[in-house]
Design a protein around this ligand. Sequence first.
Ligand code: FES
Length: 107
Amino acid sequence: PKVTYVAHDGTEAQVDVPAGENVMRGALYNGVEGIVGECGGGLSCATCHCYVDESWIDRVGGPSSVTESELLESVATELKATSRLSCQIEVTDALDGLVIHTPETQY
Ligand code: FES
């Protein structure tokens, strides 16, 4: 599935992310900036914060666990209704074309 990452400055990067991979690793493995993922997807850092595009949030859904909700409280940029931790979004064929916005900073 293809995932498009839109940076804070509007720069877009479209990459192929294998189904079963998560949105955080999809960025890291393809050199997409804007997502740090310090804890490697261990749900303990919140430096993989992203904003799911409005047109995708219904399909992606909200936080997948209480821990994710709690960690979202500590993100560096504004918390929005579309905020997610990208390591907790699994890429599936149904999400082909997904658009993710990365925040200005993760710290
Ligand atoms: Fe650390 Fe997602 S990579 S919480």
